[in-house]
Design a protein around this ligand. Structure first.
Ligand code: 5RP
Length: 233
């Protein structure tokens, strides 16, 4: 099975968490997009629910599929959010933000009773950090924020290049919230909780891509089928 087929299998499995009348968070990325397509098909078949997208890209996809949408301001609490991940470990700690949507993804996931992660088995790692950790920072004082991140991360054992994310045309990547992304090539994040805590000390950091104690279930698709990891219940 190729990774695309595995993503599809994980997305299909996640449909078991979708029930009529619920408020559902829709993640961002290629795996989440497959789930959104399935939700769209279920809505076309008569499923009644309301969704909150985690990015403008997902909003556009969901709207094109006629999925009923609301906002966190109208509906501040969700039942379930289904989203992908760039990395996850055995404790259901995640690195997210490869698509640059980490802030809205974290806001929506933490406003949900349950976060379900869908992924192919290439995302499952023994230690987080091989995938560069995305950090969303305000545009003002970018260089100062980068230097503070470098210093504070170093104190918790994380060293490596920190690079501003750019688009293919050479201009800075701007998030849906109007901020920049710094990608941190740490290689290994031995103490994710300590790193996340350190990053909150940088005033220019809006949010980082470590999702710690947020995911409840992971559906990981491999050649042998789906492995379901659960945390905290
Ligand atoms: C976007 C994300 C995505 O969930 C993550 O990048 C995984 O994407 P994909 O399913 O395309 O591998 O965090 O900000």
């Amino acid at each position: 099975m190729n990774s695309d087929e595995k993503k599809e299998k994980a997305a299909q499995k996640a449909m078991a968490f979708v029930t009529p009348g619920m408020t559902l968070g829709l993640g961002t990325g290629s795996t989440a997009a497959k789930f959104v397509d399935l939700v769209g098909a279920a809505v076309a078949d008569g499923l009644d629910l309301v969704c909150i997208p985690t990015s403008e890209a997902t909003r556009a996809q969901a709207a094109a599929l006629n999925i009923p949408l609301t906002t966190l301001d109208e509906t501040p609490h969700l039942d379930v959010t289904v989203d992908g991940a760039d990395e996850l470990d055995e404790h259901l700690r995640l690195v997210k933000g490869g698509g640059g949507a980490l802030l809205r993804e974290k806001i929506v996931a933490t406003a949900s009773d349950k976060m379900v992660v869908i992924a192919d088995d290439s995302k499952y790692v023994e230690m987080l950090g091989q995938f560069p950790l995305p950090i969303e920072v305000v545009q003002f004082g970018l260089k100062s924020s980068l230097m503070m991140i470098e210093s504070l991360a170093g104190r918790v054992g994380c060293k490596g290049d920190i690079v501003q994310r750019m688009k293919e045309d050479g201009t800075p990547f701007i998030t849906d919230n109007g901020n920049f992304i710094l990608d941190c090539h740490f290689g290994r994040i031995e103490k994710p909780e300590a790193l996340s805590g350190a990053l909150t000390q940088v005033p220019g950091v809006v949010e980082n891509g470590l999702f710690l104690g947020i995911a409840d279930v992971a559906l990981i698709a491999g050649d042998e089928g789906i492995t379901q990891l659960e945390f905290g219940f």
